[in-house]
Design a protein around this ligand. Sequence first.
Ligand code: GAL
Length: 746
Amino acid sequence: MITIMKKPIFTLLLCASGMMGLQAQTLTFKTAKFKVGDEVGYKSPDFNATGWRDIRVTDNWDNQGVPADTRFAWYRIEMRLDKKMLEQSDLKEYLEFDLGPIDDADEAYLNGERIGKTGGMPGDKGGYASAWSQPRRYLVKADSKCIRWDATNVLTVRCYSGNHPGGMFGREGVRVRVPSRVDGTSFAISPQKHADKHSIAVELKSRYASSVSGTMKVELVDPETEEVVNTLNQKVSSLREGKPVKVNVEYDPSRMFLAKATFTEKKSGLSITSSYQPPYILTPPAPATPRFNTTDIYGVRPGSPIHFRFGVSGERPMKITSPDLPSGLSINPDNGALSGSLAKAGGYTFTVVAENAKGKAEQKFTIRVGSKIALTPPMGWNSWNCWGLSVTQDKVISSAKALIEKGLADYGYAYMNIDDGWEAPQRNADGTIAVNEKFPSMKELGDWLHSEGLKFGIYSSPGDLTCGGYLGSIDHELQDAESYNSWGVDYLKYDWCGYGRKHATEPDNQTVASFVRPYLLMERCLRQQPRDIFYSLCQYGMADVWKWGEAVDANSWRTTGDITDTWASMYDIGFVRQAALQPYAKPGHWNDPDMLIVGKVGWSANLRDSRLTPDEQYTHISLWTLLASNMLIGCDLAQLDDFTISLLCNNEVNAVNQDILGIQAKRDIVDGDIQIWTRPLSDGSRAVGIFNVGTEPQKVDFGKYLKELELEGISSVRDLWRQKNLSTSDLRYYIPTHGVRYLKVK
Ligand code: GAL
């Protein structure tokens, strides 16, 4: 599935409600007749479709018993179009077919005449192009000959699915109406920053050629007090397709606001409303003086090369040194990169000093040389959620540079992981894995990352092919592990994918042993290498991987299918599927609920802002840190905005994720839409996430849960996002829709 989204996010068209005008009648269809295959005759209204099956147009065909490998299929809906529909519209110009989004490309016909097309199909000039997320709204002129007024009409939709899932899946179904003027209008609202001023840009557009007039109103509301803090009224005249109206409204980015935009059409009195939450920054800026932000403990096996970067924020230039560094190790004072190795098992504690023009900071640091690595969850970046298969060596380098320049490396983000898409179509003659033209030199890439104190990650599959269709490691496991070692790889994500075909043929494929086998095999190959390679299992949680991940010495295991940047996906993966997995995480072995979906993502060359609202993003990072999850950023680091940086670089929030006790949070309370997850921390305190997973904001009295949480008599309450101590007596908090109050309680 390839994502194509060109529009600004968060635009929510709420209603078109008439005060005194006419409301256009809408015909809604939730089912259709359906046929797999592709014949040109299917579009004809006279085609004999008896024998076509029924299908819901509100859900992908894969979920309705249609084989997942179906490529072409047709939908057919018969409808009577009443001429009265025209009278109900103040525009009377079009008939509009709203088909919702379609996986992946479509062509729609009314009574055999083509009325619209989105995406590309094989055989088209540009070939296949997925447009799975794009809503289809096709307009037909009301006087067009293809409309049969006061008679039966046939809508047919030809669909092509390049990859499962396939077909029509708009939850609202197919909607047909003669729209009013206001129905063509919509808002697109996006955040802007010029110099140091933050504002939201509100754009009112119309899809129709005929001009619309009226008034537009934008209000900034404090959602907690409902106080309107700013109102802007704007007269709108001659709004039409290609001639939008734009206004800018300034706001204070350190406060939570809701922006409400309304447009009321002059003649009909009909209006549309849209609401939008601008990003707001809670994390206080870091001081100019040096401050250590990385965890003070690091695990390594005897003799393995060490690559670590002390994460220190503060003004540059800065020198990072140690007066008592164990022999065998060295620090690059300019970037804080620690390197070398320690042959003997044991604990090595030393002092690290960071100094700049504004001051000096010191931290005791311990290297534990033994059998365990990944004593805290890995932090870093992975190419998949942003670039998908279009990742290149240059993109990895530019992302690593941005990780350093934008200060993320100062907060412990260190792994730079290439996901799928780096292998050549064929192995070398000696059976070793070859890289494709996008990766001129893995060894140089690894060396450069290490010189910066960063770590190098790579991806493969135990099967013949990866999910993206690139070469997997089957029958070449040891050779591949050796190649990784020679390139300096520190992390392997090993993704089941193509192995499924082999597994299906295995006589014992019902057993857990059959799921363990390919992972154990690679583990043995990795352990023969003279370096530590973080072993990340990716098989979506099959056969309860959390129960045996540690036994194959995995450092983390994906617990679910792929995440995407929607509340539904994040809620299901984070809140529903992790709740029972708490006992399985521990230092060295972590549950992995998949990568972060903040910033600009897109799984392809086309990137867009995450579709999570700002509050959903606070919830995402809070929950992932509570869950002791891998913290792998999945966005384009070169395009990081201030809000995303503030989410990823809050040292107190990250400290929960990196806490050395390594105990994952438990879901202690579920009270309607309120969920409280807590985790004990090494300093004796407890991290507490109070989440509102409902669709309405709530005022929560945390005090009433203290007994059940065994937190009576608390002596301090710290708001981790705001980095502020709060009252210990008044524990009532406003928690926005899908939002969180993240605390550390003693
Ligand atoms: C999926 C995996 C994703 C990504 C993708 C690459 O199976 O879950 O995280 O690695 O394959 O094709």
